[in-house]
Design a protein around this ligand. Sequence first.
Ligand code: AMP
Length: 355
Amino acid sequence: MTELNINDMLTSYDKKNLTIATVCSHSSLQIFNGARKEGFKTIGISVGEKRKYYDAFPLGKPDEFLIVDNYKDIFKYVDELKEKNAIIIPHGSFVEYLGADNFLKLDVPTFGNRNVLNWESDRNQERIWLEGAGLTMPEEIKNPKDIDKPVIVKYHGAKGGKGFFIAKTYDEFLRRIKKGKPYTIQEFVMGTRYYLHYFYSPIKEDAYKLSKGSLQLLSMDRRDETTIDEVQRLGSIAELEEIGIHPTFVVTGNIPIVMRESLLPKVFDMGAIVVEKSLELFGGIIGSFCLETVVTEELEFKVFEISARIVAGTNPYIFGSPYSELIQPDMSTGRRIAQEIKYAAKKNLLDKILT
Ligand code: AMP
């Protein structure tokens, strides 16, 4: 639990003059662009000089830069950020580079519920949350000796799929596993992948209604992962493995996608039960989140992961997606976040969406 109190943090804030700050990476172009469209000033926290790169994208460039030597130095600028009435928009790289413990201690108002980290970063807690909500997750194989079908082995804390491998037998597992690194073994789910981008507002009732607030589906993507997604250009995986070449799962990009329309009601059911369970467990997931799913040939969803903030898969949709266009034209997730902050500031509800 964070010990920081959001109302204490906000006392000195001029609510009519908020700025939006994030780390210059991941989905920052989209976040700055969305904030700009909603009339906010923006601060780009950058490790090292990155101005030149942002100059190439004037509409995705922050109004000012805060240049730090490394991410932990952000702590030295807390007062400066607060003087500027800054609200931090966390994204995957922000949390990863700062470290979860530091992120929980950062004394600057932050969009979303930071307590979600305790549930998301530990795979056992994540399973308690998602299965407790009623989602189906890939089966977990506790003992590697029980491997009797394709599995994916995931090292704890590994980001972007780094080091993950597929094994089909116990022998193969033994050959590939790196000693001393904690791991989880999951059934490798056969099907097609969809990464679903939701937005939950605890303070607005104008979308898919929940017990409190409402839910939107803003977009979806499929990740492009090297080398698994193109390895077949060289030969079948089995052929390649025989000569010692193993596929890897490192994310390099994102591909826009839509889903057959008859599956959308299930998509909303899943988002809804995840939010309802989060309200029960830790006060609710707030704002953007993503369910990472595989749809099987029986048209069932298996959810292998949740990301509790804006994901890079929303980046193809800076000008809206086929779903967000049906809510409001030209609305990215970054812009939706800015709108939520603007609305909450106006209605004096900032403490309901920031921690
Ligand atoms: P993760 O770090 O859990 O998001 O996993 C990285 C990548 O591995 C995903 O984007 C998928 O391509 C793949 N993956 C993860 N879990 C599974 C699973 N249970 N079945 C099939 N593919 C998976």
